[in-house]
Design a protein around this ligand. Structure first.
Ligand SMILES: [Zn+2]
Length: 719
């Protein structure tokens, strides 16, 4: 059974989960409608393994029109494979059932992997239309496997006879994993209940899609329009020109338009001097999905919450969170509530202290108003400059992209793990700015392919993420092909690409995921690399962020792009000193969103409220995080992680992973930091294990004990 395609939505907290679907795009053939001649299928580049080394995708041979027929054929093949396994007259064995399942669906996996990766990184209206058509088809395809009674009976039989099978540890775990996957997908239900489940799955897929479409629709519809240049004081000349051009393109000649970013905060709030404009921009942002009209999500949220609760109840759980968390390292809602509940008072107290400092700044300037949510970014930017006397623009000349990548990210990996990199210009890319590197292990043998897709483009989803094109696995003797995607604005031709400190951190973060994928050393693809619970998967990537500011690494990459001069030590000290700045705000807005995500999903179907916004307000108040200047990172009606799929009941995962991360950073420091010895231990005990052993056990094997929360509290200034 295929786990839903895993894509990691990163840059820690700056995440977007919805992929834009263009409602106006022309109709394209769907998977189910397409009929292709056998000759055409034979030539379809998606239906054969790539002949390139590492099975690297033949991007130069794949065309838009190949996907729909490839999906149809790959699903057909997979169905046939499943049917053969289920109907096998021989009695079930580990090989003829579990291994056979693990081997099945390879073509579908390849087609889906390439398709969804391209949909995120290199999309077009044809792919977007196809993705809409595919959602229900893939959901039904998955249901047909998960609810196949004959197939499940074979797995059940094997579980019953497990003691006599004498499986090795990884195989034992694989059998358990399949059994659990089937049970959680409804295999133990009666025929009538299975029908009900299928119907709920279909409704959920449709409603999640509607939620995401509404967010996109209302984000586009809520662009701020102002009449005069004066109202935009504080913006750069280019930003004002862009606003004028944007308005003109929408037929609003002579006005200025600021489109909303499809993320939480609106970046321009930090520089807009006109308080009224700030307020209008802020309100446009937080009222998305809850002010009537076509993109209103308030009812959609209630329907989704109810459907998820009903689905969980049908499967025997008290609520959706209980169902979802059982398969995470957190295990129970109580464990998540405990962590969030312990951190909330400290986070809010910190945020209130920060608010007082900002208020003082306002008062000193005789601002004569009370700090509001729309003032926070503006005054905290000012306070930051006052306290630390530097801004991103002073740092950027030291953070040239190629140096960050090769002398920073790659250098750190070389020092820790002994791996080396060589650029491959001979492998095809889907876009000319994408770079490909072959990665060599300590012994000089090929280890993996690394694809670096660093620049922002119109046809690329926002945020940053890592994905696999090919998983490492012993079963198929495959080596990993792994991509990192960032969204760094491309400078004009001839200009260097200079990164902000946040972009540098993101580059290290995503490469932490890449290492998790590249060092994987497991037999079964089901356990490869980042195939771990989502509240664990952000852990290795967050750990890798530590090397971005590690003195030996920094010294090696942070050199002025013109003069080659190393970054001045006083700037480095300031960066490090400023890391606790605004942590009260960051922690509180994240905790509030995590709490909302939990409250909604800890409801039973009987407890679904009738008023979305009233429920949100009460939930925040009850949790003690209703501090008006710091609203939740996402309000319910545009909280795509929670309601659009992906991180439903799982938004807490970043902080959960950060506990392990902070504790691991301490371990590295205790053991002398950047060294081969430390890197090898981390690789051997943790990065190479993927999901082949219990992830928390791999943490214990690495750390020598259970995780402790203390380092996280110190890091976030919560102590
Ligand atoms: Zn990540």
């Amino acid at each position: 059974m295929n786990k839903p395609l895993l894509m990691l939505f990163c840059s820690a907290l700056a995440i977007q989960s919805s992929v834009a679907a263009d409602a106006t795009s022309p109709a394209t053939p769907t998977a189910s409608k397409t009929i292709s001649s056998p000759g055409a299928l034979k030539k379809n580049p998606l239906l054969v393994k790539s002949a390139l080394e590492f099975e690297y995708p033949a991007f130069d041979k794949i065309h838009n029109e190949d996907y729909a027929p490839a999906f149809a054929e790959a699903m057909r093949q997979h169905d046939a494979e499943i049917k053969a396994i289920a109907a096998n007259p021989a009695k079930p064995t580990f090989d003829n059932t579990v291994i056979a399942l693990e081997r099945s669906g390879q073509t579908l996996k390849r087609v889906a992997t390439i398709f969804f990766n391209q949909l995120g990184a290199n999309t077009n209206p044809t792919l977007e239309a196809l993705s809409g058509d595919l959602a229900p088809a893939l959901s039904a395809h998955q249901d047909a496997i998960s609810l196949n009674a004959q197939l499940f009976k074979r797995i059940q039989r094997l579980v019953e006879q497990k003691a006599s099978l004498h499986l090795d540890a990884e195989s034992d775990r694989l059998l358990d994993r399949y059994y659990t996957d089937f049970v959680r997908a409804g295999a133990n239900l009666s025929a009538a209940e299975k029908e009900k489940l299928k119907s709920l799955n279909a409704q959920l897929a449709t409603m999640e899609n509607k939620f995401n479409q509404n967010v996109l629709k209302d984000t586009n519809a809520s662009a701020l329009v102002v009449d005069t240049k004066e109202e935009l004081a504080g913006l750069s000349a280019t930003e004002i020109e862009t606003a004028a051009a944007t308005a003109k393109a929408k037929g609003l000649d002579g006005k200025y338009m600021i489109p909303l970013m499809n993320t939480t905060g609106q970046p321009l709030l930090a520089t807009l001097e006109n308080r009224k404009t700030r307020q209008r921009l802020y309100e446009a942002s937080v009222q998305r999905g809850s002010h009537g009209g076509e993109g209103d999500n308030r009812e959609v949220v209630l329907t989704l919450a109810r459907l998820r609760a009903e689905r969980a109840e049908l499967l025997g759980y008290a609520n959706f969170a209980a169902y979802s968390l059982e398969d995470e390292t957190a295990k129970t809602p109580a464990a998540v509530n405990k962590m969030l509940g312990e951190l909330a008072p400290a986070g809010v107290a910190n945020a209130k202290k920060e608010a007082a400092e900002l208020q003082k700044l306002i008062d000193d300037e005789h601002g004569n108003f009370q700090l509001a949510a729309w003032d926070w970014a503006f005054y905290s930017e000012r306070l930051h400059q006052q306290k630390y006397a530097f801004d991103d623009n002073q740092l950027r000349p030291y953070f040239e992209l190629n140096s960050v990548l090769q002398n920073g990210v790659f250098f750190a990996a070389n020092q820790l793990y002994g791996i080396s990199f060589k650029e491959r210009k001979d492998l095809p890319v889907y876009e000319p700015t994408v770079r490909v590197f072959e990665v060599y292990d300590v012994d000089g043998k090929p280890l993996a392919i690394f694809i670096a897709d660093m620049y922002a483009r119109d046809n690329k989803r926002g945020g940053a993420w890592m994905n696999n094109y090919v998983d490492q696995s012993g079963l198929f003797a495959t080596k990993p092909v792994i991509a990192n995607h960032l969204n760094i604005p491309k400078p004009p031709a001839g200009q260097p690409t200079l990164l902000t400190p946040d972009e540098v951190k993101t580059a290290f973060h995503e490469f932490g995921h890449a290492l998790h994928g590249m060092f994987s050393q497991v037999r079964y693809p089901r356990f490869s690399g980042t195939n771990v619970p989502r509240d664990f998967v952000e852990y290795p990537s967050q750990v890798n962020e530590m090397w971005a500011v590690w003195p030996e690494v920094l010294k090696n990459y942070a050199k002025h792009y013109k003069t080659g001069e190393a970054i001045p030590q006083d700037l480095v000290d300031k960066i490090v000193a400023s890391r606790k700045f605004n942590q009260g705000f960051t922690t509180t807005e994240y905790l509030s969103a995590s709490l909302l995500d939990q409250r909604w999903h800890q409801l039973s179907s009987k407890q679904i409220p009738t008023d979305t916004m009233a429920f949100e307000a009460t939930a925040l108040k009850d949790a003690g995080v209703d501090f008006a200047p710091v609203p939740p990172r996402y309000r319910t009606p545009y909280f795509s992680h929670s309601f659009g799929g992906g991180y439903s009941a799982g938004y807490y995962a970043y902080l959960w992973s950060e506990v392990l991360d902070a504790d691991t950073v301490e371990w590295f420091k205790e053991h002398g930091g950047l060294s081969r010895k430390n890197g090898d231990w981390f690789r051997q005990q943790l990065l190479s294990r993927g999901g082949s052993i219990d992830p928390m056990q791999s943490f214990r094997n690495f750390r020598g004990r259970d995780p402790e929360i203390e380092p996280l509290l110190v890091r976030r200034g919560l102590k």
